[in-house]
Design a protein around this ligand. Structure first.
Ligand code: NAI
Length: 488
């Protein structure tokens, strides 16, 4: 088995944490119990790219328990938990793998990859082998943020054009790596990505940002295969994005800085699902929270939830903590950094690192980047007398700090997200003819089912509709209970 992780001897520790997580992931364990015998993913070759955490380990082992063959990379250079990666490679105890003879799933991920390593490892999830050891592509993608979906689409597009643009065609350091990887594959095989794309039945996408990319492709007519938007299952975005961030945002700030949050002024840029959880996370610690928004509905929500809503420019000089949650780019720029006070803390919890202009920060004349510890840096501004001026603390180099500085969302909420992922993989893999090219959300009865699977574990008593009440509301006794346009 090929794999690339930091240290296989961490597998024991990883396995213990996986076992703790399994207890907290009733949705995924119910998938194993319900579908394990039928093996609905038998024959599926899933190329996966999603933060390689303990919770993801339980997802991977659920997919393999349902019959799938899986290869996995992370979707962020800082988010891998090395003990989780090691345990997945060694495999579950039942598979009898050891550090010297791993029997698990190939993983290509470690915490602190370079961008070049990240894209090299991303490419490896496509390199399956058939029973005779011949190279074969995946037939399913499970993605978070759309990076491996992008490789297939860009690769196919460049192969059609007969060339990959040179790396000097872009200023974006990350995109330069994409072009490098695609140029290499085009040199080796001019129809490599075209063939991979043709073999893929569909993709299931985890997050807001990746979903946005899929709808864009569908609109422009370039989407190569059907997609299920897992993010917009209610049991994903209204739980993981909100309650997950409520848990993991302050975890990241605390582990990164250990600063007292109570009494500080914190700015949350964006009041969507992630912003709502993030604002509550900081308010829960006693911070005074200010929100910025562009959408009048979300701005009004924030105001009526009791937050001040201001422009960043109005508060940048006195706030202590700045967190971006927009999924947009260029939110915190050099002009803002220049006005922040000494030891302001800046971080991002949105998917990509371009919410904060890190490249612009690095170009300020005389600025010095000083590492306090991995994923925590102070940026020392020059003083007017040539000495050291104010210092700004940046978490996870502008990448999502809840996974870079802490361990991301806890298992229970990820069980909701990942149960949707498993159902979405089964949907496309087993019912492809029901999904012509397009972007779909899972049907509401499955969304309700995901929630239902998580009630017992936390002692919820669900009230049952009687027939007369169901008739009065015009819904079936067994659900679904809400119309498609209900917003929760
Ligand atoms: P969303 O679309 O619900 O919320 C984003 C909000 O930002 C919107 O209300 C939008 O109006 C606002 N916004 C856009 N541009 C703005 C600007 N210039 N200034 C102020 N506000 C602005 O999206 P959601 O689900 O909250 O996701 C946000 C990001 O977080 C995405 O990139 C998503 O992929 C990522 N995400 C990260 C997670 C994590 O664990 N770190 C978990 C889930 C999602």
């Amino acid at each position: 088995m090929d794999y690339k992780v930091a240290d296989l001897t961490l597998a024991d520790f990883g396995r213990k944490e996986i076992e703790l997580a399994e207890h907290e992931m009733p949705g995924l364990m119910a998938m194993r119990a319900r579908y394990g015998a039928d093996q609905p993913l038998q024959g599926a070759r899933i190329a996966g790219s999603l933060h390689m955490t303990i919770q993801t380990a339980v997802l991977i082992e659920t997919l393999t328990a349902l019959g799938a063959d899986v290869r996995w990379a992370t979707c962020n250079i800082f988010s891998t938990q090395d003990h989780a990666a090691a345990a997945v490679v060694v495999g579950p105890k039942s598979a009898g793998g050891t550090v010297d003879n791993p029997q698990g799933t190939p993983v290509f991920a470690w915490k602190g990859e370079t961008l070049a390593e990240y894209w090299d490892e991303a490419e490896k999830v496509f390199q399956f082998k058939d029973a005779d050891g011949n190279a074969i592509g995946p037939n399913m993608i499970l993605d978070d943020g759309g990076d491996i979906t992008l490789l297939v689409h860009k690769g196919t597009e460049f192969e059609k054009a007969g060339a990959v643009p040179g790396q000097d065609s872009t200023d974006n350091e990350e995109y330069k790596e994409v072009l490098r990887v695609l140029a290499r594959s085009l040199d080796n095989d001019p129809t490599y990505w075209t063939n991979i794309g043709a073999g893929i039945k569909g993709v299931t996408e985890e997050t807001t940002t990746g979903v946005l990319r899929l709808y864009d492709r569908f609109k422009e007519g370039s989407l190569l295969f059907p997609a299920i938007n897992v993010n917009d299952s209610v049991t994903k975005s209204k739980f993981d994005n909100k309650y997950g961030c409520r848990h993991s945002l302050i975890d990241g700030i605390n582990r990164g800085t250990d600063v007292m949050i109570a009494g500080k002024t914190a700015v949350i840029c964006g009041y969507g699902d992630v912003g709502k959880g993030s604002a509550e996370s900081l308010r829960g610690q006693g911070a005074r929270v200010i929100v910025t928004e562009i959408d009048p509905i979300c701005a009004l929500q924030a105001a009526m939830d009791g937050y001040e809503v201001k422009r960043l420019e109005s508060v940048v000089e006195f706030a202590d903590i700045f967190i971006t949650t927009t999924g947009n780019f260029d939110i915190i720029r050099v002009e803002h950094f220049e006005k922040m006070k000494h030891q302001a803390i800046v971080g991002n919890i949105g998917h990509f690192d371009n919410e904060i202009d890190m490249a612009g920060l690095a170009k300020i004349p005389g600025i010095v980047k000083d590492e306090i510890k991995p994923q925590v840096h102070q940026w020392i501004f020059p003083a007017s007398d040539g000495g050291q001026g104010k210092k700004i603390i940046v978490l996870s180099e502008g990448r999502l700090l809840n996974l870079g500085n802490a361990t991301g969302h806890p298992s229970f909420v990820m069980s909701n997200s990942f149960t949707n992922q498993v159902l979405a993989q089964i949907e496309i893999f087993t019912k492809l003819d029901e999904y012509p090219i397009g972007v779909y959300v899972l049907p509401k009865h499955l969304d309700e089912e995901v929630a239902r699977l998580h009630l017992d574990a936390i002692g919820v008593e669900l009230t049952e509709l009687n027939q007369a009440q169901a008739d009065y509301l015009g819904v079936p006794v067994e659900g679904p209970y809400k119309s498609e346009h209900y917003r929760y």
